[in-house]
Each structure stands twice: as C-alpha cells, then as structure tokens.
Design a protein around this ligand. Sequence first.
Ligand code: PAF
Length: 285
Amino acid sequence: MRVIQDVAEMQSLALERRGRGTSIALVPTMGALHEGHLSLVRLAHEHGDEVDVSLFVNPTQFGPDEDLARYPRALERDMELCREEGVTTLFCPGAEQVYAADHSTHISETRLSLGLCGEHRPGHFDGVVTVVAKLFNIMLPSVAVFGQKDFQQVRVIQRMVRDLNMPVRIVMAPIVREADGLAMSSRNRYLSGAEREQALSISKALRDAEDAVAKGASDAEVLRTSVEAGISDAGLKVQYVACVDADSLEPVENLDRAALLAVAAFVGNTRLIDNVVLRLERPGC
Ligand code: PAF
C-alpha cells in the first residue's frame, strides 16, 4: 500500500493510472476507521480495479462549536487496517495541503442540504461537497462509496455529481451496526458506558418504527413522534426526528413512497445520527 500525503504526487499517480485504464473505487473518510468504514472498502473492491482510501479530517465541515479539535485521530491503526483490506493507496494530506491559505472557492448544494442535519449545522454540507469535489479532482476515482448512516450526505453528493457532470458513480452502502444495534460511528468512542446504553434508544426506536411499518403503520407523523418519545424518554436531547421522501428529502405525510426516518440526538455532548429507509409493503407489489 502506498501512503501519499502530497496533493501533487497523488494527482500525478491518479493521472498515470487513468492513462493505464485502471479504474479506482474511492472510500473518502475522516479516519478513526471502524467496521463501518471497512465494509465500505470491501464493497469498493467490487466496483474498481483498485481501492483507494482518503483520510482527511476536513476542517471546513465542522462548525465553530463542533468537535474538530477532539475528533478521534488514529493514523497508525488506520494504515494497518487499510493494508489488511487490500487498499492500494491511502491519501492522507494535511489541511494546508488541501486548502491554500487564501482559498476562496467553494461549492454549495442549495436544496437537499437545507433540512435535517443542514438546518442544525450551517455550512456543513458546503464543506463536505467542496472537499469531496477536491478529492475527486485529486484522486480521479470512477466510483466513490459512502455509507447510508450519512444518508443526507450521500444524496447531496449525488446531486453535486449530477449537477456538475462529474464522471464518478456514487454507491451507497448499508449501515453497519454493533451487535446490540448501535450504528457504528467514529464518535461512539466518546461515549461512557452509561451513555452507550442510552444511545441504544436511537436504534431501538428506529427498529420499532420499522416493525410498526411492517404491520401496516403508514402515518409519518405517528412514526416520527413515537421515535422522538422513545429517544427523549431515554434521556437523550433530540435535535431532530424527521420523516422525509428518500429522494427529495422533503417531509412526507405517509409512506406511499420510500421514506427516510432520520434522527440526530445528543447523548451528553456527543451528537449521534442514525436512520432507516421505510417502505410500505403492499400485497401484490
Ligand atoms: O463522511 C465523512 O467521513 C466525511 O463527511 C467525508 C465524506 C469524508 C468528507 O469529509
């Protein structure tokens, strides 16, 4: 595995590989890799001749009161895991490599990024799409794999790729959960034992909603409020629970199309997100 920190070196390797006709599947990450990331890498192997991972804690997607400074960093371990997973190139530039001191250009997606997390994290998705566009320009992947846990992020990136005609296919990989249901996240390592127990209320409430839908429930507001109650009863501070159309991310009233039921909540100081996609099974469909 090659480890590259330098942007120019990464870009010239990418151009050389493109010249050779080698297709690259990229897994963009912020490091502190866990099983969820590794599942993305495994899926990426099905989509490209070679798999690259980028590891960059992108400062522009963190708000002033967010956890940029304390975001977990584990480069040695991440390198080892990438090596074990057959990654060809690990690109881990420093912030000064990615952003010139006087950088003054960014991308904004102005529709899908407004609600859900975007409403509570102003500027977050501008930071995400800008860095992802930069990674695409530097690394020239033909496919990029992102996890469903950040469902809105995937939709926003798909929209950017479509709107800006980027020749990259976006693959969304399913959420990976711990045995007890907690969605894997680099931020889970912030949780104390008691907080981790409380955090389980998120996946439990979402599972209960799925069960209710399997039994025929279809009123989005009823599902939404029961998830909200389940989570706040466990002592979490709910930031939002939303039931939205899985494509447009607009709120829905019922489940006549695939809907995303998405949660963001604080356990202590740690903000966790999770979601499920709900589809009403109709007999004969
Ligand atoms: O999902 C993440 O880890 C980040 O938002 C991403 C896509 C790597 C951009 O910094």
